[in-house]
Design a protein around this ligand. Structure first.
Ligand code: PXL
Length: 268
């Protein structure tokens, strides 16, 4: 994607190594001109014990009017944590008004993990997200999000068959590529790439620690590589390796995220 612009729409958490503060450096370091649409400003992400939340929904109309005036178009979109159902509708409007010809839409639904919704989310958000997925070229839900999106009860001890069923159900919501990320697979972790005739599984080492923001990092590295022309399979592989390196390099007392900066520096 030479000389092309990507727009990433997600929150700006001032502290916490997630969403925009990981997407922007990772995409930029990969040579992708990255524009941002912050959906909200939070003091920090919602895995800390408290946080402030300034909703930017009202400002977005204003931002859009100037983008229209300046004839901005984007060649790709990466969506992450939006926060409110209204913002999903705004994302749809954003694709409609600001897509360049052939623009790619990559959606990481970001609303839950470990069988639960993140604080502040409810089922109305999930319902709106189900509708948005039809615009996607690629979706990157984790297992929890895939369960909510398909009205499937989450179970912690799932197998490959369960994941394949989720993919088949997700395929009713989108014609885009479906990649279920971070699925537990014995002692390893896996990404499942859906294919109507033949799916693919990428199995890799599971680093025995769970940290915040790794899904956002995965989505950013995936997107950068996919837009640079790698296949979905190879983009997943690069993203999974990057996340594993981040986990390995992060001290155990660094509880709120991973030191992706160190890995980014070594790789670029
Ligand atoms: O990493 C996903 C994420 C992004 N942004 C905010 C979050 C979370 C997950 O909890 O709280 C504000």
């Amino acid at each position: 994607m030479k000389n092309k612009k990507l727009l990433t729409m997600q929150d700006l958490s001032c502290v916490g190594q997630c969403s925009l503060t990981v997407a922007l450096p990772i995409l930029s370091a990969n040579g992708i001109e990255t524009c941002v649409l912050p959906t909200a400003i939070l003091s920090n992400h919602t895995m800390f014990k408290s946080w402030s939340y300034l909703d930017l929904t009202d400002e977005i109309e204003n931002i859009f009017s100037h983008w229209k005036n300046n004839d901005f178009k984007f060649d790709a979109f990466l969506l992450g944590y939006l926060g409110k159902p209204e913002l999903i509708k705004i994302a749809e409007k954003c694709f409609k008004e600001f897509s360049a010809d052939g623009a790619k839409v990559i959606i990481d639904p970001v609303f839950g993990d470990n069988g639960k919704l993140y604080p502040g989310f409810d089922l109305s958000y999930v319902e709106e997200m189900k509708k948005l997925l039809k615009h996607a070229d690629v979706i990157l839900p984790n297992v929890t999000e895939a369960c909510f999106l398909t009205d499937t009860e989450y179970k912690p001890n799932y197998d490959g068959y369960f994941i394949c069923r989720l993919e088949e159900e997700l395929a009713k919501l989108t014609d885009g590529k479906i990649i279920i990320t971070g699925a537990i697979c014995g002692n390893d972790i896996a990404e499942y790439i859906y294919g109507k005739k033949k799916g693919e599984i990428l199995i890799h080492e599971r680093i025995p620690q769970s940290k915040h923001g790794t899904g956002d990092i995965f989505a950013s590295v995936f997107t950068a590589n996919y837009l640079k022309g790698k296949s979905a399979h190879d983009s997943c592989e690069t993203a999974a390796e990057f996340v594993a390196e981040c986990l390995k390099t992060t001290d155990s007392d660094h509880f709120y995220g991973v030191n992706f900066e160190r890995v980014l520096k070594l790789n670029n």
